[in-house]
Design a protein around this ligand. Structure first.
Ligand SMILES: NC(=O)c1ccc[n+]([C@@H]2O[C@H](COP(=O)([O-])OP(=O)(O)OC[C@H]3O[C@@H](n4cnc5c(N)ncnc54)[C@H](OP(=O)(O)O)[C@@H]3O)[C@@H](O)[C@H]2O)c1
Length: 332
């Protein structure tokens, strides 16, 4: 079921609103006259976003929240209801990442990524459901990633957390239907690489500068996808044609797509070598109230990289055919 009332009349909680896609979503909703409740750890950045929302014609409440604390997340929901009387939608958007080989990432950072990305989303859903139910229904949007469906090397904790979000959403959707609460919609967004500060914020143990693999799309595109889901909820929505394409490849030929994506990501998600070994914003916030990351240029690399991806796919196809032929010859 969509929002019980128009977006302009709705109250929407957004986690991770202090930067990137969360900020862009707050602005997209504020522009439509919506009331937004902004949560993240960095209070000054949230106030800057709130001022932006006011200027765009919306109303905003700032509730500094660390989403790894379930009590704080309950408090976020209670503050929204105390101030505006109800919650119509809840957007679980906050996340952090750690980049490096699985067995070289510090275990504390691996665990924290799961706590923020997966458990933080679970706490958000738990806090939202009773209020959405009390209001006669509503929408939960979990901003996952195309990495909830496919996998990319050097991002094991993030991939695992995002795959978990998808499973969690599917289960809760089933349970809501079974318990007569089908008027609450649970939607999962699967964006491609987005131009936000995420790659500057991520913990980094790769020994290289990080960069989003092209093509890179603007955060406003994900924000508009989220607004559409509030109006017409769907189980899942890709954001960015590249995400749809990679998802399709993965479903059609998983082994081949896995090899091709590994080859592609290995060559595109790193910049120059750097003696960096940083926990990024995993434990402490970076404090930027900007929607964009400054990666537009990487869109131009699309044609070059698409050609490279085609070459990788062709190489692994040849490899697979050769292996099958060798197996058959050995079996004879
Ligand atoms: N950028 C991409 O390429 C891309 C692609 C697909 C999906 N996504 C997803 O999009 C969402 C937004 O990411 P983004 O790209 O906009 O990155 P971002 O600019 O780094 O934003 C992340 C947000 O999460 C907040 N946050 C981090 N840890 C938190 C915690 N413990 N408690 C509360 N808030 C916390 C950050 O604020 P504070 O530091 O102030 O707490 C920030 O507002 C994430 O779920 C990400 O996985 C991004």
């Amino acid at each position: 079921m969509p929002l019980a009332r128009p977006v302009s009349d709705s109250t929407v909680v957004i986690t991770g609103a202090s930067s990137g896609i969360g900020t862009a979503t707050a602005y997209a909703l504020a522009r439509r006259g919506c009331t937004v409740v902004l949560a993240a750890r960095t209070e000054p950045a949230l106030h800057a976003v709130a001022r932006g929302c006011d200027e765009l014609g919306g109303r905003a409440l700032v509730v500094p929240t660390d989403i790894t604390d379930p009590v704080a997340v309950e408090r976020l929901a209670a503050s929204a209801v105390a101030q505006f009387g109800r919650i119509d939608a809840w957007i679980n958007n906050a996340a952090v990442g750690v980049v490096g080989l699985f067995d070289e990432i510090p275990v504390t950072e691996f665990r924290r990524v799961l706590e923020v990305d997966l458990l933080g989303t679970a706490y958000g859903m738990r806090a939202a459901l009773p209020h959405l139910d009390a209001g006669g229904g509503g929408v939960v949007v979990n901003n996952a990633s195309v990495l909830a469906e496919v996998a990319m090397p050097y991002q094991s904790a993030y991939n695992a957390a995002k795959h978990g979000i998808r499973g969690l959403a599917d289960t809760v959707r089933q349970e809501l239907r079974l318990t007569g609460r089908g008027n609450i919609s649970i939607c999962t967004v699967l964006p491609a690489a987005i131009d936000t500060p995420f790659f500057r914020h991520a913990a980094n143990h790769s020994g290289r500068m990080l960069a989003p693999p092209p093509p890179v799309y603007p955060p406003e595109m994900v924000a508009e996808t989220i607004v559409r889901l509030l109006r017409r909820p769907r189980r899942e929505a890709y954001a960015g044609g590249a995400a749809r394409l990679i998802g399709l490849q993965w479903r059609l030929a998983p082994a081949l797509a896995e090899r091709a994506l590994a080859w592609y990501a290995h060559r595109t998600q790193f910049g120059p070598a750097a003696r960096l070994d940083s926990p990024g914003n995993v434990f402490r916030p970076a404090g930027e109230a900007v929607p964009e990351g400054g990666w537009h240029g990487r869109r131009r690399q699309l044609i070059r990289m698409t050609a490279a991806l085609g070459l990788a796919a062709a190489r692994s196809a040849v490899g697979t055919v050769t292996a099958i032929a060798r197996q058959r010859r050995d079996a004879r």
